[in-house]
Design a protein around this ligand. Sequence first.
Ligand code: ATP
Ligand code: MG
Length: 584
Amino acid sequence: MNSSEVSPTREKMPESNPPQSSDFIREIIKQDLIEGKNNGKVMTRFPPEPNGYLHIGHAKSICLNFGIARDYNGLCNLRFDDTNPEKEDVEYVDSIMEDVKWLGFDWENRLYFASDYFEQLYQYAVELIKLGKAYVCDLTPDEIRDTRGTLTEPGKESPYRSRTLEENLNLFQRMRQGEFPDGSKSLRAKINMSSPNLNMRDPVLYRIRRVEHHRTGNKWCIYPMYDYAHPLSDAIEGITHSICTLEFENHRPLYDWFLNTLKTNSCPRQIEFARLNLTYTVLSKRRLIELVQSNFVDGWDDPRMPTLAGLRRRGYTPLAIRNFCAAIGVAKSDSIVEIENLEHYLREDLNNKALRVMAVLKPLKVILDNYPEDKTEELDAENNPEDFSAGTRKIPFSRVLYIEQEDFREAPPKGFFRLSPGKEVRLKHAYYIKCEKVIKDEKTGEIRELRCTYDPNSRGGWTQDGRKVMGTLHWVSVPHAGEAEVRLYDRLFLKPDPNDVTEGQDYKTNLNPNSVKILTGCKIEPGLMDAKPGTPYQFLRQGYFCLDYRCSTPEKLVFNQTINLKDTWGKIEKFQKNGRKDQK
Ligand code: ATP
Ligand code: MG
């Protein structure tokens, strides 16, 4: 291997699915299987609406739906719930498919769109009319809202509720044919205007909207409502367990009403679970769209975004996200998960996979006065101490080096074990060096370079006389170094609950103005010049980084900080365990 290789293309470690402990949904499914329901079949679906990019909350739902199918020998469909064309777009469809695949799940040939069922859904509506269970209503959307009643008061029946079957069939057909203006009529279910459940008070099934649909074009000017389309799409696909988030709990009677009234062949069961909330994070699509469209972030895949596209660009791995989702489990009541939890699973996976390399983010020049001017040595460096199969590489060492500015103090405080005048430290994989002299800019007094000596008998970083040093520094050889821009990230929001604001303000006042810091002129070891997108790196002592595939060009490499290293306490413990207190 030549000196500039970091072996970025080594085989991926095998990735196992996280062991999934049981939860209340899996218990329901097991029981259904014991009772022989659905002929022993398990069929789930992940039903995104293509009106935004997927985020970490969706990952929970994806892992749950696809995971259940995997665990019970079932199947999981990907179905786009595309019944609301104003807000939907093919860009979102494409990104959702990419993200589900990236997360590690496969819908095989079961890619569906609710819009593919528009004709069938229309026929179901005709059937409801014929059953006397639906009617065309001329009230405006505002009037419908105003007559709906409240939790304590019943709603008012629409004056159009008693239209004849023929009249309803005729009007509904003419709605479809485009005879009426938008919003002038709707089709409503005829259920019960005094039901204690507001969702049962003659909900709207179809509205008139002259909007082009990203798949059906201008074929339709009436579009079905989510509450109507969803149970029937589930039934059409033979879904057995329709898993959704808690806010749909009181929609369940309506879900069941459609299936029972229409006597569909299959009868899916809706089960609700608590959505994922994360500290320091917003997961509402409306807000994420606002952050993107008002340029608070740099697009859907901004590395600070909780979208799967953003997390991927930041350097998150699919396994880390799946392990996180498995660990948080599934519950019936809402809670907030601490983001440190997600970061734990990220570090765990990166620790196993990341190639260890050296990069100096804020360089300070070091000249080794007793090292020959024209000499270059190729030193051995391990690529990953957690994974010996990752092998070793050669890194060039020469007389002029960069170290981190922070690793030198002219007047070191107590407990500072890095470099200072007269002190000796180890350069990782290389030699012991000792600081002899500090060269400053005469005018500004700024430190320009350090003059040091090296101990030729300490190659590899260990002396023959057993002399110990307290600090080990990372470094890069000046004539061999590559240059890069490095972007450091902090949380996008300052408060654990971004919605915690004083009156009159909104969540945006909690945006962290310093959530990204751009460092230019960083020095990287030569092998990193060939860094590949998607390969995780650990910049020794700095954290985990990855190549930014959006902004990097062959002329200018850009690295994103994925996450910092473990807290120092963890580090100290580890070194104590290994009896190597000399590392710092
Ligand atoms: P909206 O319906 O307001 O557009 P949504 O976040 O519910 O937003 P969908 O595209 O409908 O978006 O979501 C697809 C699936 O993902 C749904 O089954 C939904 O319940 C689930 N889901 C969405 N957000 C979360 C979350 N934070 N945690 C777990 N599951 C979620
Ligand atoms: Mg939704």
